[in-house]
Design a protein around this ligand. Structure first.
Ligand code: TXA
Ligand code: MG
Length: 328
């Protein structure tokens, strides 16, 4: 199959492909998604095939307008309506009971469904033009680093899908916050740019931050994620990163250190990629940095952010890339 990369002029073609049961990659503000008609089980099966994704890992269903939530969810609690009003369109996915007619292929066999309204003009125009809710995981091969640019999608999906819509770099750079509202107590299944603190205002005392943040494992979390094609470890400090980099380089390894501006500046004249100063900068740049670095490196050394609360969502991803290995 030939894979075309197009811009906004291809939205109409993309919508036609979706209506015809094909798979289309499209930009969102978090990461690129690999979409199919959420109600067409055979189309959705093509997503799993293109990604090599385990069948029991549920997909997020994307809609363009809050009014469409009832097309996917069997019931919509008041909390969900309130959260949608504040945070949608945006990087928040809500887990709700699914409608009977939504195929279980889409929800990985679960009775619930994740729903999100992306805040990217191309994503919303595509969903509107297709006229159906669009199931879409991140557009990477399962287990690989999530794509934040069209060229990342092409690296993983060339020849496997007919169309990639190019909408530039994803603004946020890590995936949406996943909040499960199907249980009595709301649970953050995956942290993201919308933090538990931001949600807590609307969830009242349900989410308690004084030691009782409710975090559970999303089904997808048991698999290795965000894995570069080369080795990848975290370093507690610039000194540790620099020492390890020099040691490995003496053995002939090619090493790249990736971290925030102060961290990489403190690494001296070693090969580094600077992610920027703020948590937002670092989230936006991290996946692209890893994909660039893995092309030439044998080892990536990532800054460990685990002591810094503002970097919580970023650290959540990095600890999966490293498999939890931290040098100190
Ligand atoms: O930002 C995002 O959410 C991106 C863009 C494309 O929208 N999508 C994305 O999809 O990250 P994916 O499939 O890579 O991650 C979805 C996560 C998985 O960990 C999955 O297990 C969880 O959400 N999830 C989806 N539906 C669920 C459900 N019904 N119950 C529990 N977890 C669910
Ligand atoms: Mg993913």
């Amino acid at each position: 199959m030939k894979t075309i990369v197009g811009g906004i002029e291809q939205i109409g073609y993309g919508a036609e492909l979706l209506r015809n049961g094909e798979v289309v990659a499209f930009p969102t503000e978090t990461v690129y998604g690999l979409g199919a008609d959420a109600f067409n089980a055979r189309a959705v099966a093509k997503i799993f095939e293109a990604k090599g994704r385990p069948q029991d890992n549920p997909l997020i269903v994307h809609i363009a307008d809050p009014a469409d939530i009832g097309k996917v969810a069997a019931s919509v609690p008041e909390t969900a309506v309130a959260l949608m009003e504040v945070f949608s369109p945006g990087p928040l996915t809500l887990i709700l009971p699914k409608r009977e007619d939504l195929p279980e292929t889409t929800t990985g066999g679960l009775r619930t469904v994740g729903i999100r309204i992306p805040n990217h003009p191309i994503a919303r125009a595509l969903i509107r033009a297709a006229g159906c809710p669009v199931a879409a995981p991140s557009a990477n091969v399962s287990g690989r680093i999530s794509p934040t640019e069209a060229r990342h999608v092409l690296e993983d999906m060339d020849g496997r899908i007919p169309l990639i819509l190019d909408g530039g770099c994803s603004d946020i750079g890590i995936e949406s916050t996943v909040l499960d509202l199907s249980k009595e107590v709301p649970v953050v299944l995956r942290p993201g740019a919308i933090t538990a603190e931001m949600l807590s205002v609307y969830l009242g005392k349900v989410v308690d931050f004084k030691g009782k943040v409710l975090i559970a494992e999303a089904p997808g979390m048991k698999y290795r994620h965000y894995a570069p094609t080369c080795a990848c470890q975290a370093a507690r400090s610039p000194e540790v990163a620099a020492r390890e980099a020099r040691r490995r380089m003496e053995e002939g390894a090619r090493v790249v250190i990736i971290g925030s501006t102060p961290f990489v500046r403190a690494c001296g004249d070693l090969p580094v990629i600077d992610l920027g100063n703020t948590p937002a900068d670092c989230m936006r740049n991290v996946f692209s940095a890893m994909r660039n670095a893995e092309k030439t490196a044998d080892l990536l050394l990532l800054e460990d952010f685990s002591d810094r609360r503002e970097f919580y969502s970023l650290q959540n991803r990095l600890s999966k890339s490293t498999g939890g290995v931290v040098l100190s």
